[in-house]
Design a binder for this molecule. Structure first.
Ligand SMILES: Cc1ncc(COP(=O)(O)O)c(C=O)c1O
Length: 415
């Protein structure tokens, strides 16, 4: 038998991930994830789960008992929320202002829902009055909205939408994957019924776990569809309502798994739980307001820096997310030149910045300042490298303009 080649141990190249996510994980999170496993019903594991729930209540700013993790990347959280709330034929309203609004539409359609949208051009956010008019016309069961849409960098204000939902008895779902931890988020004060997130943006972890919080009102709707798997308990749980169309994302069962019954469902992804718990610990230790302020500071410095290089910025500045900026690729470079700049940043500096989707593809780069990389040195290094790479491409950038403008933002702020 010929020898199979044995590949080398994983040893990734040094990278500074300055795109729209994933970003370089906080070393503390990576250390937590290297801890040994315990069994999923070990008292230590149950304690970690309870602690993780308490930590994420603080991160989401909620008193919701049902605040837990869905195993899988952020879209696992989105699917769990929508498939557990929506029955075939239910009406859902989705404001669409970027790629991830389209994702909510697509997932809701797969749930068999009747999907209605309010669309605005990319680079804008929706207006609460516009949404209220649509709510009155459609009478949806659920309003599903993205908070920070990384495809456009816009951050949708949510408080007014929460009031609209309350006035009209609509359940309010939000995808806060890209914004949580780096932009203000108030699950209870803004009247959210379900919010979901991921670790790989402002939470400073790897993708693979989706924190979720579920209000008592939403939990009641979900528990009204409770069908416990056969063979789990001796007493028979009376099935209720229409069975949720996914087993893995059945939040009624996931809530029972995380709740006092600890009813078996999936095998908890222990290593991801360690990581998610550490992400929340980092944020709670720093303070949520302080973390948002850190993202605002470094986002402002990056924005000033790209402007200082003479580059334009896409989208309504009044609604830009703190943690990502869409930088217009100079016309002289074109889409191909834009890709050459990204490739040279990676090859020569080990820095990754993002490309973009849909109508913005080839028109903007997306540069993130989030989680572990919302730091002064990461911002200044990226700007210095971008200047050099663009100069090599023949773009007449202002010498030192990027780093200089960013440093002005940092003036007087302790490093
Ligand atoms: C706003 C938003 N929603 C959902 C997702 C999907 O997340 P994941 O790739 O972790 O499933 C992303 C990823 O970039 C995102 O930015």
């Amino acid at each position: 038998m010929p020898h199979q080649p044995i590949h080398a141990q994983i040893n990734p190249p040094a990278r500074l991930l300055m795109g729209p996510g994933p970003i370089s994980a906080d070393p503390r999170v990576l250390r937590a994830m290297s801890a040994q496993l315990v069994g999923q019903y070990d008292p230590a594991m149950s304690a970690y789960m309870v602690e993780t729930m308490a930590l994420y209540r603080e991160v989401f700013r909620t008193a919701n008992q049902h605040t837990l993790l869905v195993d899988g990347t952020s879209r696992a959280g989105i699917e769990a929320a929508l498939v557990s709330l929506l029955e075939p034929g239910d009406r859902v309203l989705v404001p669409v202002f970027g790629r991830f609004g389209h994702l909510l539409v697509e997932i809701a359609e797969r749930c068999g829902a009747e999907v209605h949208t309010v669309a605005v051009p990319w680079g804008e956010v929706v207006d609460a009055e516009q949404v209220e008019r649509a709510v009155v016309a459609v009478r949806p069961k659920v309003l599903a909205v993205v908070q920070g849409d990384t495809s456009t960098t816009m951050c949708q204000p949510l408080a007014d939408l929460g009031e609209v939902c309350r006035r009209h008895g609509v359940l309010f779902y939000c995808d806060a994957t890209a914004s949580l931890g780096g932009n203000a988020f108030e699950a209870d004060a803004w009247g959210l019924d379900i919010a979901t997130a991921g670790l790989q943006k402002c939470l400073g972890g790897p993708s693979g776990s989706a924190p979720i919080t579920i209000s008592p009102r939403a939990a009641e709707v979900i528990e009204g569809r409770r069908h416990v798997e056969a063979g789990l308990t001796e007493e028979s749980d009376e099935p209720r309502g229409t069975r949720i169309a996914s087993n893995y994302f059945d939040l009624a069962m996931v809530m029972d798994y995380w709740g006092p019954r600890r009813l078996n469902h999936h095998t908890e992804a222990t290593t991801m739980l360690y990581g998610a718990r550490e992400c929340a610990r980092l944020l709670v230790e720093e303070g949520l307001d302080q973390a948002v302020e850190r993202h605002r500071l470094h986002g402002t410095a990056m924005l000033a820096g790209v402007a200082g290089l003479g580059l334009g910025v896409f989208g309504d500045p009044a609604h830009k997310m703190n943690n990502v900026v869409a930088v217009e690729i100079p016309g002289s470079l074109g889409a191909a030149g834009g890709e050459r700049v990204r490739a040279a940043l990676l090859a020569d500096f080990g820095i990754e910045i993002g490309t973009s989707f849909g109508p913005l593809h080839g028109r903007v780069w997306r540069i993130g300042t989030m989680g572990h990389n919302a730091r002064r040195d990461a911002v200044l290094t990226t700007l210095a490298a971008l200047e050099q790479v663009m100069r090599a491409e023949g773009v007449p950038v202002t010498a030192g303009g990027g780093v200089g403008a960013a440093r002005e933002v940092y003036q007087g702020v302790a490093a």
